[in-house]
Design a protein around this ligand. Structure first.
Ligand SMILES: Cc1cc2nc3c(=O)[nH]c(=O)nc-3n(C[C@H](O)[C@H](O)[C@H](O)COP(=O)(O)OP(=O)(O)OC[C@H]3O[C@@H](n4cnc5c(N)ncnc54)[C@H](O)[C@@H]3O)c2cc1C
Length: 437
């Protein structure tokens, strides 16, 4: 491990929507002034904002142009980066363990290592929860990482290649997405848009050749959001010709499709599982830190874990319950939660260094916007002045896009974000609207 500079060392594990914002903020303050040493650890070398993954899967976004290299970000913002996958924790010795790393051939690149911390932040996110459904791991594709999103895209392109070569091929592609939460709905709408673009580029004969089905266990799409958003989104999905099956519980996935609890068989060529989340397995019984049944670490409103005040957790891997005006409320696993928690932790870790009392997390629900691909979005915005406003169409789409721009603003600052927007506009006018390979 690198030389320990004698400064208070803050180790942040997981550079996602929350962790990378936190490392950047702390680097620019404590790191720059040499008041603390900030070290970010991530299993990957680059960051991509997870809410963009459905666009990568559909091919409407080239993931390589929107990823950020951790080493470069660390260099620009006065923190250090160490690649590695956290696998263990020793609270007495205040060390975390990183698993050995291997290359594609299985040769060891890095041995198992340990890193000492004074304060530790765990922000390792979540992955899809298949609830142990038989056949899901073998026959479904998931949307947890760039590689998985790209697998979905390659699948789509390879099924359509025969049109370009003029060969006989499958007549119709049946794609089912399980889970009509925000991820499932956005992915289905994006795939619909991709199907239309594929026709334009000669990869399909007509847009009816991709049948999209959205399968949901509860009685409406977007069950976690207000009913009027579900209604608005359902109307848009109907307009796009997307088949929605609500109140349908999945019992098994096979190579041919989905078996439902009521005994029906839905035939599919491609099944994508987008329902539910859970934290990584290693968080269960992590040196006696308290966790829940979906592997999230239980944290106090200060975002400190309940068993150890030097260990914090934020984002999807943390379960934080706070009191609201309607009673106790558990913070939802969303990018806006991770963003707000990163802002609070930047303050709290500075206060901890100065021996000041820590602040409690206060969640500001800014509303929910669901993107229905490039032209539209549906959702509500919550504001102090306006109250709860329902939005639809290009206006909602504009606010939806601003979520990502806010994330970029925290990472790059105002001017560089402006230049990135200009670059994106230029790129969009000079490259195909769909990734064609
Ligand atoms: C397709 C999709 C669309 C979404 N759309 C929206 C949306 O529109 N609005 C919204 O609010 N939310 C949305 N979400 C949810 C949002 O992406 C998450 O809530 C948010 O990314 C959580 O942030 P996080 O920092 O907790 O974790 P993540 O952003 O997932 O980051 C976790 C990081 O930890 C790293 N990591 C994992 N395990 C380890 C380990 N053992 N050791 C080291 N590093 C590790 C990962 O490489 C990753 O960089 C969407 C999610 C998906 C999948």
């Amino acid at each position: 491990m690198h030389k320990y500079q004698g400064l208070h060392r803050i180790v942040i594990v997981g550079g996602g929507a929350g962790g990378l914002e936190l490392a950047t903020r702390l680097g620019r303050t404590l790191g720059k002034k040499k008041k603390a040493e900030i070290l970010l650890v991530d299993a990957r070398m680059t960051h991509i904002w997870k809410p963009l993954l459905h666009e990568v899967a559909a091919g409407s976004l080239n993931s390589y142009s929107d990823e950020l290299n951790y080493l470069a970000q660390a260099n620009w913002n006065h923190f250090r980066f160490q690649p590695g996958t956290m696998s263990g924790l020793n609270r007495d010795k205040q060390i975390i363990t990183l698993a050995p790393a291997f290359d594609n051939t299985g040769a060891e690149l890095l041995p198992e290592r340990t890193i000492h911390y004074d304060s530790l932040v765990i922000s390792v996110g979540s992955h899809t929860n298949d609830f142990g459904t038989p056949g899901a791991q073998e026959h479904c594709l998931f949307l947890d990482s760039r590689e998985q999103a790209e697998r979905i895209h390659h699948h789509l392109i390879s099924r359509s290649l025969h049109y370009v070569s003029g060969e006989e091929g499958p007549q119709r592609t049946n794609i089912a997405v399980i889970g009509a939460g925000a991820t499932g709905v956005e992915l289905t709408a994006e795939l619909h848009n991709a199907a239309n673009l594929m026709v334009r580029y000669g990869l399909e004969q007509n847009s009816g050749e991709m049948q999209l089905t959205l399968v949901e266990g509860s009685d409406r799409v977007l069950p976690a959001l207000p009913k009027r958003i579900s209604k608005g989104v359902q109307a848009q999905l109907n307009k796009l010709g997307i088949h929605t099956l609500t109140g349908t519980l999945v019992s098994e996935i096979t190579a041919d499709g989905i078996k439902t609890r009521s005994g029906e068989m839905i035939k599919t060529d491609l099944t994508i599982w987008a329902a539910g989340i859970k934290g990584p397995e290693f968080l269960q019984n992590l040196d006696s830190l308290e966790s829940n049944r979906i592997n999230q670490l239980i944290v106090k409103p200060t975002l400190q874990t309940t068993q150890d005040e030097n260990i914090f957790a934020l984002g999807d891997c943390a379960s934080c319950t706070i009191s609201g005006k309607d009673g106790d409320f558990t913070i939802p696993p969303r990018a806006q939660s991770a963003h707000q928690q990163a802002s609070l932790l930047a303050k709290n870790l500075t206060r901890k260094l100065n021996n000041q009392e820590l602040l409690d997390f206060k969640y500001r629900d800014h509303g929910s916007l669901i993107s229905l691909s490039s032209h539209s979005a549906v959702g509500n915005l919550m504001g102090n002045l306006m109250g709860d406003v329902m939005l639809e169409g290009w206006m909602a789409r504009l606010f939806y896009l601003s979520l990502y721009r806010l994330h970029q603003m925290t990472l790059y600052g105002f001017w560089r974000t402006g230049m990135l927007i200009a670059k994106d506009l230029l790129e969009r006018s000079t490259t195909p609207k769909l990734k064609l390979h």
